[in-house]
Write a protein that binds this ligand. Sequence first.
Ligand SMILES: C[S@@+](CC[C@H](N)C(=O)[O-])C[C@H]1O[C@@H](n2cnc3c(N)ncnc32)[C@H](O)[C@@H]1O
Length: 171
Amino acid sequence: MVNIPWTTVETSTNNYYNSIADGYNELHGQEQRRKAKLVLSKLEQSDIDGFLDVGGGTGYATEIFPGKRVLLEPSEKLRAKAKGAAIEGVAERLPFPDKSFSLVVCLTAIHHFKDPKKALSEMKRVCQRQVVVSLLKKAQNYRKLDSVIRKILKNCEILDDLHDMIYIWNR
Ligand SMILES: C[S@@+](CC[C@H](N)C(=O)[O-])C[C@H]1O[C@@H](n2cnc3c(N)ncnc32)[C@H](O)[C@@H]1O
């Protein structure tokens, strides 16, 4: 059993997502799936032979992606809704060796992270080719996070979507 650093997840955030798990897909599923479709339209699908979904929630959004998915999610109730491999963990400490996944995706989750810089460098570390991050425009810490992401995912392509900014970084 991996020793999860729970101090990096706010208990209130975890409690919140556990409490809405039953209705999560109904509440947010279509919107998150819409973002995932947009992301997918920008990627070379044949290059995706396995991907990591960080803070993947129920995993509904990225079910449409090709390749084997590993979903990493701290909320046990959201994880229980996911199809396929769903592991307990946090973005700040990814329990995988370097370059484990051709693609790493993180949709609308980074505004919750206690240490976004660490999380972004972890995502870069475990990816072989691409990291895709989306940031909720109405997040309280939006401006700060936007600049942190642009700095760490240097030269990324940026899509200005309806509710999120989307950053696509190529190694
Ligand atoms: C708005 S939901 C998005 C879920 C999913 N990406 C989607 O598109 O439906 C935010 C997610 O971030 C997760 N989260 C919060 N803190 C986290 C952390 N430190 N590491 C990884 N995930 C975290 C939450 O548990 C929740 O599932």
